[in-house]
Design a protein around this ligand. Structure first.
Ligand code: UD1
Length: 417
């Protein structure tokens, strides 16, 4: 895999268009397995995770094809297909979202336990608890999860934690269950709302997505959906916003939903960056000195865990002490060692990272340890004196469409090697 070689020190300036949301697209592609007719989905980002997901859904009997650079057409399977192979499912966590639709549609589903970024234990107990409460039998054999049912039955399910994946899997499955399902204490992320809108576009009856409680009235079948457009990626947008502020640049982002970026806007403004909101665009300007801030990651609408590492890179060069508390994933500080190699002064105590701002970072050789850690290293390299060589870039390409091309258009000095 190619390395990214970034010579830092230049402010990012210009306009950049944000792609469709990775996490919404992955859930929506899985949900298409519920349908009985064709679906066409726009604004799908052409990134590695999406390509793997398309391979997975084709493996289980769908016929998914790119119609153009960001549109995918899916003919759903007519019968239950084979179990997807571990070589594919280990590549992304969201492969676990195939369980709900295949189980609900065919009464039987088997998937190898998923992989994905190594940022925590990431169990699936909440998904399983929900399926069992809907009448399924769930068992684990030789690294595979197997779930069976005659027909899922709608019920009331309380999630002990508002897990994004569990909310999605259960919401998808409940669309074809008999009767009504009430999902309580669910995740409220924008990707959940997008998924619900897509399900409704196929004929499902989902209400309340975006609040703590989702009501789903099961239907006997779902048709297709002639055209659905995925929301913009708030984490890609957030990464560019932080990179703009960190390099003391001036960047306007196109194709964003401002409301989804609220927590980030608030924190960047608290740090002293200027954030200007237009109708569909947002502009981040930072010229003078920025201030240290504290951040706590929380489920939406709290500060997103997926933006924590990029913020850490920025805070590494802001005078004073900043604190980050990571409340979602217990192993999300692997980037710290890499940032320290670039001169950052960061100490981790349990879930808290203490960042002592240093005047500047220095380019060196570093490796991405997960997707957002990779993005954080890109932000750090853009600020650093000298040249940084980032390896393990396959993590970065999992989630960012044409990252280096977009950054180069903003004036960054990047080559691949
Ligand atoms: C999704 C996102 C990921 C984001 C995360 C939190 C996708 C493809 N990925 O991941 O980018 O960082 O939401 O916003 O959408 N948990 C349990 N039991 C379960 C499920 C989860 O204990 O059955 C715990 C996890 O270990 C974690 C927390 O809940 O500590 C949040 O996980 P969850 O919201 O499920 O994240 P993902 O859906 O895996």
């Amino acid at each position: 895999m190619q390395k990214l070689v970034i010579t830092g020190g230049k402010p990012l300036i210009g306009k950049v268009k944000i792609s469709g949301a990775k996490n919404a697209a992955l859930a929506i592609l899985c949900a298409a397995l519920l349908a009985e007719e064709e679906v066409t989905i726009d604004n799908i980002p052409d990134i590695n995770d999406v390509r793997v997901m398309l391979e997975l859904i084709n493996f289980v009997g769908a016929d998914a094809k790119w119609l153009d650079k960001d549109t995918v057409r899916i003919k759903p399977p007519v019968a239950k297909g084979p179990t997807p192979p571990y070589r594919l499912s280990k590549k992304l966590r969201a492969s676990n979202l195939m369980l709900g639709p295949i189980l609900a549609r065919f009464g039987e589903a088997e998937i190898p336990l998923p992989g994905g970024c190594n940022i925590g234990i990431r169990p699936m107990d909440l998904h399983f608890k929900g399926f069992v409460e809907m009448g399924a039998v769930v068992s684990m054999e030789k690294g595979c999860v197997r779930a069976t049912c005659k027909k899922l039955v709608g019920t009331r399910i309380y999630l002990d934690f508002p897990s994004v994946g569990a909310t999605e899997n259960l919401m998808i499955a409940a669309c074809l269950a008999t009767g009504k399902t009430l999902l309580e204490n669910v995740a409220k992320e924008p990707e959940i709302v997008d998924l619900a809108n897509f399900l409704n576009c196929m004929g499902a009856k989902v209400r309340g997505a975006g609040t703590d409680v989702i009501h789903i009235e099961g239907v006997s079948r779902l048709g297709g959906c002639q055209r659905y457009s995925v929301i913009p990626d708030r984490i890609e947008a957030g990464t560019f916003m932080v990179a703009a502020a960190a390099t003391r640049g001036d960047v306007e982002l196109e194709n964003v939903i401002l409301r989804h970026l609220e927590p980030l806007r608030a924190k960047l403004q608290e740090a002293g960056a200027e954030v200007i909101e237009y109708e569909d665009n947002i502009r981040v300007i930072a010229s003078g000195e920025l201030k240290s801030i504290d951040i706590k990651t929380l489920p939406y609408p709290g500060f997103p865990t997926d933006m924590q590492s990029q913020m850490m890179a920025m805070l590494a060069t802001i005078p004073g002490t900043s604190l980050i508390t990571e409340n979602i994933f217990e192993n999300r500080y692997q980037v710290v060692d890499e940032l320290k190699r670039m001169g950052a002064k960061i100490k981790v105590e349990g879930r808290i990272a203490i960042i002592q701002g240093t005047e500047c970072l220095h380019g060196t050789q570093v490796k991405a340890t997960d997707l957002r850690a990779g993005a954080a290293l890109v932000v750090a390299a853009l600020m650093a004196k000298g040249t940084t060589e980032i390896s393990n870039t396959e993590y970065i390409y999992r989630g960012y469409h044409e990252l280096e091309k977009k950054l180069v258009s903003l004036g960054a000095q990047i080559i691949t090697k």
